[in-house]
Design a protein around this ligand. Structure first.
Ligand SMILES: NC(=O)c1ccc[n+]([C@@H]2O[C@H](COP(=O)([O-])OP(=O)(O)OC[C@H]3O[C@@H](n4cnc5c(N)ncnc54)[C@H](OP(=O)(O)O)[C@@H]3O)[C@@H](O)[C@H]2O)c1
Length: 333
């Protein structure tokens, strides 16, 4: 890892990705946020990870999304990011929105998974320790847990805010009826839900009819994860599965089986539309997500500064004609 002194670009806010309010809150999020699910763990290239964080911040990407179980092994993304923060960003903490989550399996035994108060509270303390922080900006319940009453999960989130360990709270991947309940409970607790994080991309649009309108109705912000369908919506898989790709790694979450012949064909045709728009497919896919007015930010994952740069340039062409939207809609279905 480089120990050269890092000085952020002075034009990071004037020459930036731009910001929009998160739902009805006063918090502005960058149009593009950076997620550390893959590519920032102990199995990944530490120098490239540092360069990506710095490049992101230099371009106004102020929001970094983590979770207890990010990185291989679990927890290593928070640990590595904590080290980067301490060494390079200690005087910029107040310019950053750092989120974490708990909800999926993290440690053995009955208290390392789900939505119990016991798990969420312990996990946040562990995350703060790994990140070397006093508080996170956003803490999420990472998934709905049918074995825990929502009052308990939401009560734990509300108490994190009251204890000063999280400034805001959010939910992720909740079924619509449970999201509605969660919004109500959090409001009644005096800690309204800031944000809902869900999967949204050209290939996965089911939240359009349910989760998105409900968030809007409740003044809750929406942030889209996997906007590139883990890389399928890029030029990465145009000619098969390259060796250095998420689908090829044994520890990646994109399965080779997801790349069916039909998927390859859709990717090729979407790539043609992107080329007509003089964009890469990744750029078109990100612009397409942001074209949805309820989406306040997209969380991208990148494995190189080159990809990050490519993705930031998506914002140069974010308008779509009705014809383009129709053609993309036909291919994404
Ligand atoms: N709440 C949840 O349950 C949940 C679930 C999933 C993700 N998330 C969040 O969302 C973030 C993003 O998810 P994701 O990593 O699946 O996002 P994604 O942006 O859909 O996929 C990222 C992958 O796409 C490829 N890629 C990115 N830019 C590219 C470009 N310009 N050209 C070619 N390939 C490109 C890279 O693959 P290669 O590595 O193959 O190069 C990269 O690792 C996560 O880090 C996490 O913060 C949240």
């Amino acid at each position: 890892m480089s120990h050269n002194k890092y000085t952020p670009a002075t034009d990071r806010y004037s020459n930036s990705v731009g910001y929009q309010a998160c739902g009805k809150s006063g918090l502005q999020l960058p149009n593009i946020s950076l997620g550390l699910w893959h590519n920032f763990g102990d199995v990944d290239d530490a120098d490239e990870a540092l360069k990506m964080i710095q490049f992101a911040f230099d371009h106004g990407i102020t929001h970094f999304d983590l979770a207890n179980n990010y990185g291989t092994p679990f927890g290593s993304a928070e640990k590595n990011f904590g080290k980067i923060l301490k060494e390079h960003f200690s005087s910029h903490r107040d310019e950053m929105i750092i989120s974490s989550k708990a909800g999926h399996q993290m440690w053995d035994g009955p208290y390392g998974d789900g939505g119990s108060r016991k798990y969420l509270m312990a996990s946040l303390n562990q995350s703060l320790h790994r990140l070397k922080l006093d508080y996170v900006d956003i803490f999420y319940s990472h998934r709905y847990d049918e074995n825990t009453p929502l009052e308990e999960t939401m009560g734990a989130l509300s108490d994190m805010v009251k204890q000063g360990k999280a400034l805001y709270v959010g939910i992720s991947k909740y079924p619509t009826d449970k999201a509605r309940e969660a919004y109500r409970i959090l409001r009644e607790n005096g800690t309204p839900c800031l944000i809902n994080q869900d999967r949204y991309n050209i290939f996965t649009r089911d939240i359009e009819q349910s989760v998105l309108p409900l968030a809007e109705e409740n003044g809750v912000g929406m942030i889209a994860f996997s906007p590139l369908a883990q890389g399928m919506l890029s030029d990465k898989y145009l000619n098969g599965i390259p060796e250095n790709s998420r689908a090829a790694h044994s520890y990646g979450f994109l399965q080779k089986s997801q790349l069916t012949p039909e998927r390859f064909e859709q990717i090729r045709k979407l790539n043609e539309i992107a080329a007509q728009r003089e964009q890469t497919l990744a750029q078109m896919a990100l612009a397409w997500c942001l074209h949805q007015p309820t989406v306040n930010s997209v969380i991208i994952g990148t494995s190189s500064v080159k990809q990050l740069k490519d993705n930031i340039d998506a914002l140069k062409n974010s308008a779509f004609s009705d014809d383009e939207l129709w053609r993309i809609g036909e291919l994404g279905a």
